[in-house]
Write a protein that binds this ligand. Structure first.
Ligand code: SAH
Length: 341
């Protein structure tokens, strides 16, 4: 039996063709699940009894449970319990342009970034595609809202769970699925080069964000283990190729860590590294956590850094801070929940 929420429309079309039905049935089933939001096959009135039986024999509707919910004015954070009792987070952010949901891709994370809370909880397993789809359905239903944007920036490394992430994007982007526009979907990676290259030939216009966080290998290797495997030059080369093929602008995320990567010298170095690349830099005020020694850069230091990039013609924004009060920083809700138990 297969959880229906992990099945792409293409897979469902193939299933119907294999069973001597027209592939069009897949669209009808998707419409029932993702538009009408039914959660049993017998409610699918435009399908014959025979087809409903076939579906029931092969698929089931999996579920996840809302375990905790923390609300603030501009953010709502959810903790879900999965069927094997693992827990996973999703953070909803209210923007003026819509509602954006930050989704996790793994239980824990093995990337070992020194500043990141998620990495303290080692990877337990990849999330199934269904476990990325269901938080969207659950939250839309719980708050009676429509989620317009998805960022894969929660716990885990999306490119360490590549196939499930691609199926997830296929389902949420499908016009018969959740029809979330590809330009409203962002995948963030710490820089797994072979997967950036693979993603370059993915046929959807999804946004790519790279967690760069340093202008050179010396600093990056100190704070991100992945830099021991793939160096900054390789990231830049892969990103340039990605832009050449896709014609899309890439985002570089840069967490401002006090005394580590926030000097003007770093800003000049970053500007020269990114010169001429169709990109923008998102400066992220560090969200401090009690377990990790890194501190956030002061506002003035962030503004100075911003100015240097601006004056050197690099597109740059400073990320608005969300949810400090509700432990919205990566991995914090789950970490606090587990420690409180
Ligand atoms: N593994 C992926 C996606 C998850 S992390 C990646 O590395 O991109 C999403 C973003 O949040 C990354 O840029 C990550 O470096 C950043 N991040 C992690 N901990 C943070 C913290 N405490 N404050 C601010 N940003 C943080």
């Amino acid at each position: 039996m297969i959880n229906i929420y992990k099945v792409t429309k293409k897979q469902l079309e193939d299933f119907f063709i294999d069973n001597s039905y027209k592939s069009f049935k897949a669209k009808q089933v998707f419409d029932w699940i993702y538009k009408k939001r039914v959660s049993n096959f017998s409610a699918m009135h435009n399908l014959s009894k025979e087809v409903i039986k076939l579906l029931e024999e092969n698929f089931y509707f999996g579920n996840i449970e809302i375990l905790a919910k923390n609300e603030d004015v501009d953010v709502c954070k959810y903790l879900f319990k999965l069927s094997d009792n693992n827990k996973v987070e999703a953070v909803l952010m209210y923007h003026d342009y819509g509602n954006s949901l930050c989704i996790s891709t793994q239980v824990g994370c093995n990337m070992g970034c020194k500043f990141c809370e998620s990495g303290r909880l080692k990877k337990v397993r990849n999330l199934e595609t269904s476990e990325m789809v269901l938080p969207i359905l659950k939250i839309e239903n719980d708050l009676n809202i429509k989620i317009s944007h998805i960022v894969l920036m929660g716990i885990g490394e999306p490119f360490d769970n590549y196939d499930n992430v691609i199926s997830f994007i296929d389902i949420i982007n499908d016009p018969y699925g959740l029809s979330i526009g590809s330009r409203h979907i962002t995948v963030s990676t710490c820089g797994i080069i072979p997967k950036i290259r693979k993603f370059t030939s993915y046929d959807k216009q999804v946004n790519l964000a790279i967690s760069l966080h340093a202008p050179n290998n010396a600093i990056r290797s100190q704070i991100m283990n992945i830099n021991n495997a793939y160096k900054i030059e390789e990231i830049i080369a892969a990103v340039k190729d990605y832009i050449k093929v896709t014609n899309r602008r890439v985002t570089f995320e840069y967490i401002m860590l006090k005394g580590v990567n926030d000097s003007k010298q770093c800003a000049f170095e970053l500007a020269s590294l990114l010169k001429g690349i169709n990109c923008y830099v998102n400066l992220i005020p560090y969200n401090e956590t009690s377990h990790i020694e890194f501190k956030k850069s002061s506002k003035n230091v962030i503004l100075d850094f911003f100015d240097v990039l601006k004056k050197n013609n690099i597109n740059v924004t400073i990320r608005r801070e969300f949810g400090g009060k509700v432990n919205a920083a990566c991995g914090q809700l789950r970490a606090n929940f587990e420690e409180g138990q």
